[in-house]
Design a protein around this ligand. Sequence first.
Ligand code: CTP
Length: 401
Amino acid sequence: MESRVGIESVSLAYKKIILGVTGGIAAYKAAELCRLLAKAGADVRVAMTAAAQQFVTPLTFQALSGKPVLTSLWDSASGDGMEHIHLSRDADLLLVAPASADFLARLAHGRADDLLSTLCLARSCGLAVAPAMNREMWAAAPTRRNLEQLRADGVSVLGPAAGEQACGEIGPGRMLEPADILAALPGLLGAGPLAGKRVLVTAGPTFEPIDPVRGLTNLSSGKMGYAVAQAAAEAGAAVCLVSGPTCLAAPAGVRRVDVQSAAEMRAAVLRELPSDVFIAVAAVADYRVDAAAPQKLKKSDAGLNLRLVANPDILAEVAALPGAPFCVGFAAETERLAEHAEAKRIRKKLPLLVGNLAQDTLGQDSAELLLFDDRGRHPLPRADKLTQARRLIRHLATLLN
Ligand code: CTP
């Protein structure tokens, strides 16, 4: 039996979103975010701090949102002078993008000394922040402390991304791209098909040390696993991504745990359980070096013999646990895909397995996939990995619900 799995994006239509803009060069990107929100059908009200108005004028946001921009607590035009209370009561989400280091500090301390901070304190809806700052400011101990506090207070932290910064330095701290922030919102609004679910994803290769500077690894880029984590977060799940070494940034709203070897990946996965869903996308090395050398090995004309021992199968172990999560496996085969993949699904006792041709997928940006479950096979025709991940998550959600 075969069926096609469609994509269905969660709509922002009619959602009331307050977009808070604070002072930083990324404020110019908030204009694009405002445009995308309005285009997605959201009812956007923009509130700007005094510092934000040094970078972009309120008129820009007024034109993009179609509504007057809120800039002051002391605006006598609003009837009873309680605009901040009414607005925050009415909103579905308060999104501060960019959120400067100073604003995060004020938020963490519950300050209410301008309109935006007062809206944040008075709100009854969810609050998300997209930090944007210089990399040293991002790494600074007070910022770390403030973020920890904000997370403990239930604030969703989107990003930041890493890369070239306005100051010319390179590192983490720049605001996520507007399209990435937009993609994270349906999940935050609790509107997605995985709302309230915990999803644990493994991604990337593993690195099995030979000595302190060498090791065994594979060509997995991690792109598929990161796309799956992003799609699950967009669908409203709380997502933890256990990642082997990759060059990728964690998707918005996803908590990433970095590991190197299969043993570390296994330990991290077991630590992160319980979870409703476990999606094993990582290309875990099947073998590790029996006894990695504590010091760098010196070359020798006699050659080198490495004794390899089998690594634990993380997916099979999790699937066999009492009260196991809904487990999804990936199978990259080089031939007889359907036959090998179905055998793997039965052997590992998986309700859902994603098959692909290894030579077609490794390191590529697009893939053709075949889903296997108790009802049969479901082809996902070739598309980019994020589209495929969203299709997979839709399918998984229907099986789960
Ligand atoms: N997997 C895992 N832990 C391992 C090995 C694999 O969790 N030690 C997971 C992968 O993340 C993937 C699936 O199991 O979801 C792949 O199955 P696997 O049996 O490892 O595939 P291959 O190693 O390719 O198997 P074979 O060599 O038999 O084809």
